[in-house]
Design a protein around this ligand. Sequence first.
Ligand SMILES: *Cc1c(COP(=O)(O)O)cnc(C)c1O
Ligand SMILES: [Zn+2]
Length: 348
Amino acid sequence: MPGSAGSFVTGLSCPRCGRVLDHRRPHNLCPCGSPLLVDYDLEAVGAALRKEDLPGRPPTMWRYRELLPVEDPAHEVSRGEGLTPLVPLPELGRRIGLPALVVKDEGLNPTGTFKARGAACGVSRAAELGITDVALATAGNRVIEERAAERGWFDVSTLKEPYRIEGKKTLGLELAEQFGWLWPDAIVYPAGGGVGLIGIWRAVEQLRGLGWLFQSDTPRLIVTQAEGCAPLVEAFDRGRDESEPWPDARTVAAGLRVPKARGDFLVLEAVRRSGGTAVAVSDQAILEAMAELGGAGLSAAPEGAATLAAARVLRDRGDLGASDRVVLINTGAATKYPGAVASATAVP
Ligand SMILES: *Cc1c(COP(=O)(O)O)cnc(C)c1O
Ligand SMILES: [Zn+2]
C-alpha cells in the first residue's frame, strides 16, 4: 500500500459525461445524474501486489484491498464478507446439458445475500469520509430519498454512491482467482439494478489492465430477469442502449423488481462488450429451479434460482454449449424468503 494508509484510487469518473470528481470528498450521483465509477492507478496496483500474494491473505473480500477504495484498513466495516465457495453441480448440470455447471454460492455471505459485499464497502468508505448517518433503501422503501434529503443522511442506495459497485466487484475478482486466472465461459447473473454485473465487468476490465489472466478473453456476461419485470432483457433484445421503465412490475423475486435501473446503460454495455446475452424467465420456472437447487443441496433465493431457469433456456436455444463452463450467481439464500420456500417445495 502507499504508506501505512492510502488507496490506489485516482478519482471518480462519470461514464456518461466524462466528468472527473475528487474521491476524497463524499459524492452521490454525478451532477448529470449518472452513477459514478471509481478509477485506480492500475500500474501502481500491479507494482504493489502480485496475484501470487493473494493465497496467503484472509479469506474475505478485503484480500483485494489494493483494488478497493478504503484507505485505512481500520475503517473496514466487515463481518467476513466474500470468498464464497464455487459449488460444482455435475448431476444437475448433466440433466440440462451443461455438465460443467458451477454455482457461486453468495447465500453464504454473513447476511445471506451478496448485498453484503456492496454494503461493507460502501459503509466502510462512507465512515472513512466522516459520514456518520447513512440511509439504505430496500425494495419497497422508496421514501428514503425524501427522508435522506430532509435529515442529511447520506444516501447509499443502489448506484447513488460510487463504492457499492466496488464491493460487488470482488465477486468478479474472486471468480478469476477461484478459476485459476482463467475466466469461465459464461456467468449468469440475476439483475435488478445490475450493480453486481457492473461490478463483475469492472473486475474483468481491471484484471485485463493488470494482465493477471492467462488469456485476454472475457467471460460472456448473461443477464436474467423475471418475465414480470424484464426491462434490461427487453432493451437488450431491441438493441437499445437504455431501458424503458417497466409498467406494473411483478415477480416473486423481489430483488429483481426494478422497473428502471439507474445503471441500465452500464449493464447493457457490459453484456454486449462481453459477447453475452439476456433472457427472461417465468416465476413458475424460478420456483421450480429453487426446488431443484434445493434438491442439489443449495439454498437459493428466487433471484439466484432464476439463473438456473435461464441456463436451461439458453442451453435449449443454443446460446450455451455442452462444454461451456457456466457459473450461476446464486445471489442469496432461500432463508430470505420463507414464503417462497413453501411454494417451491409445493412444486410437484
Ligand atoms: C438485490 C438483489 C439482486 C439484484 O442485485 P442488483 O445488484 O440490484 O442487480 C439479486 N439477488 C438478490 C438476492 C438480491 O438481494
Ligand atoms: Zn456525468
